[in-house]
Design a protein around this ligand. Structure first.
Ligand SMILES: [Zn+2]
Length: 103
């Protein structure tokens, strides 16, 4: 995983980091937990062969936006984010993570 420091995301938004195929664009230095969060996303992307991950991610977010009428709430409910947030504090998670377990 490679980290690239940027001042702001070209598309705006307040997110600390965005992970595109293991290339992480971060607005500041990441904590070990945030690094683990991004590594979990890299594992998710790899096992879905990257492009399907992003298609699934965006479609699920759109469906959840329609359901909750709140884009941030929808973001936290995306299954990939739920897994990453739920396990980001377990720095050994990727050593025992089972494939395709997005929860
Ligand atoms: Zn995330």
């Amino acid at each position: 995983m490679k980290i690239i420091r940027i001042r702001r995301h070209p598309w705006g938004g307040e997110f600390t980091a965005i992970n595109l195929c293991g290339l992480v664009f971060a607005r500041r230095e990441l904590t070990p937990q945030e690094m683990n969060h991004e590594r979990i996303h890299t594992a998710q992307q790899r096992e879905l062969l990257f492009l399907p991950f992003f298609v699934w991610y965006v479609l699920e977010w759109l469906v959840l936006c329609a359901k909750h009428r709140d884009s941030l709430k929808a973001y936290y409910r995306i299954r990939f984010e739920e897994e990453a947030y739920r396990h980001q504090n377990d720095l050994t998670y990727l050593q025992h993570r089972r494939h395709y377990r997005y929860s």
